[in-house]
Design a binder for this molecule. Structure first.
Ligand SMILES: *Cc1c(COP(=O)(O)O)cnc(C)c1O
Length: 415
């Protein structure tokens, strides 16, 4: 099938990002965006038209925010929708640091998407890139603590990413924020659908702003959209004002502002996706487990919660194949399979961030980036597709078992 949209709009490194004209979609693409079908919502669209309200936190958006609070956040705190997660991060960062930040650095993992660092830079901060944990791929707690000690008051913000929908320890970030007096914002872009170890929606109870995305390629796929949740209702009220030009109800600018509002049609899509996100995320997790059982020699992220909202499947190729991921991806492309290598190269090596950021030692990040491969996930994927991907992948990186010496009576007891 030939279509004319970019296969993967969020992918600066993807080998499929290049030609923008006619792209052939692979039989098993890396992601297959599945927003709710607007073409089947004619009645609801007519209701929006009849209401005459198309944006500015209208009735559909109000229903959406109430549904998020009831279904995901146990009516604890508040939330506000935004046009996308990057604008949500910019607002949340500015609200958290104010206009006289205490320092110049934003403590950010280097193993994240460019938007995390870009949002901090838009707020006038310089990324200070830290390493991630070898198993969870979340920001490494001891690396963060060491940098907080080393840089002290020069750090204006802690901005962790809940990597690939994995759950961060939000209570720890609340403590860090209190102990060091440093604002925290959580980049939870991929986390709508993630469930923490206690069985609750990721984010619930956080005193710091938690920013989610509804981009087409996320598990919670609508097209463009985002959500900021916080247990602190006053913080959300401030963010709502900031997202609408900083205007009060009297239409006076009372705070810094920008236009970051989600329109009513976007809210309608999100309401529909919210109804199915539990089913979508559960099914994706089942398929992840099927990948894991088919790829016993690959390493997978250790999940800290009960469920991650899987956007695509991330795995580490066996050490013997480190550095060969680009060739493996080309091989999969020849087999009509879409693959990529998020988040490699990591941010500290990108040209812009090299000149507008500083980096701590990143040994784990560097190892991950030599081995990470992103594999297909979609609402319509099935076990046969996964088996096909794994079969092709194993052919491209065969396990290198140590060769058994023929006539040795000493090595192993197997036949
Ligand atoms: C997708 C993503 C973003 C950007 O979200 P948008 O809604 O597209 O702005 C930011 N950070 C991370 C980690 C992401 O995965």
């Amino acid at each position: 099938m030939n279509i004319t949209v970019p296969v993967d709009a969020c992918s600066p490194n993807s080998s499929f990002a290049a030609p923008a004209q006619q792209i052939s979609v692979p039989r098993v693409p890396l992601t297959k965006p599945n927003p709710p079908k607007l073409s089947r919502m004619v009645g609801a669209l007519e209701d929006i038209e009849a209401s005459g309200i198309f944006s500015n936190f209208g009735p559909v958006n109000t229903r959406l925010e109430a549904a998020f609070m009831a279904q995901l956040f146990q009516s604890n705190g508040a939330c506000v929708t935004v046009a996308n997660a990057t604008l949500g991060l910019m607002l949340a960062i500015r609200q958290a640091i104010g206009w006289q930040p205490r320092g110049r650095y934003a403590l950010i993992p280097s193993f994240t998407f460019a938007a995390t660092a870009q949002a901090a830079i838009w707020c006038g901060l310089t990324p200070l890139f830290c390493d991630v944990d070898r198993e969870t791929w979340l920001p490494d707690a001891s690396a963060e603590t060491a940098l907080l000690r080393q840089y002290g008051d020069d750090i204006a913000l802690i901005l962790p990413n809940a990597t690939f929908g994995n759950c961060l320890d939000l209570a720890r970030y609340d403590r860090l924020s209190t102990i060091h007096g440093i604002p925290v914002v959580i980049d939870a872009a991929a986390c709508l659908g993630s469930v923490n170890a206690q069985g609750q929606a990721f984010g619930l109870g956080s005193r710091n702003a938690v920013v989610f995305s509804m981009h087409a390629t996320k598990a919670f796929s609508t097209g463009e959209g985002g959500l900021i949740y916080c247990a602190d209702e006053a913080r959300i009220a401030a963010l709502r004002t900031m997202a609408n030009f900083g205007l009060s109800v009297e239409k006076l600018a009372v705070d810094a502002g920008i236009n970051a509002k989600l329109g009513e049609v976007g809210a309608l899509l999100a309401l529909s996706k919210l109804n199915e996100i539990d089913e979508v995320a559960t099914r994706r997790q089942e398929l992840l487990q099927f990948y894991q059982s088919n790829l016993p020699d690959f390493e997978f992220q250790r999940m800290t919660g009960q469920r991650s909202a899987i956007q695509f499947v991330s795995a580490l190729v066996p050490q013997a194949h480190a550095g060969q991921v680009p060739e493996i991806i080309s091989g999969l492309a020849a087999d009509d399979i879409g693959a990529a290598h998020y988040f490699a190269p990591h941010l500290a090596t990108h040209p812009f961030f090299k000149t507008h950021g500083i980096a701590a030692p990143l040994p784990v990040t560097e190892d991950l980036c030599r081995r990470i491969i992103s594999l297909p996930m979609a609402d319509t994927l099935n076990e046969a597709d996964v088996a096909y991907v794994c079969d092709r992948l194993l052919r491209l990186c065969p396990a290198r078992k140590p060769r058994r010496r023929a006539a040795s009576g000493y090595v192993g007891s197997a036949t």
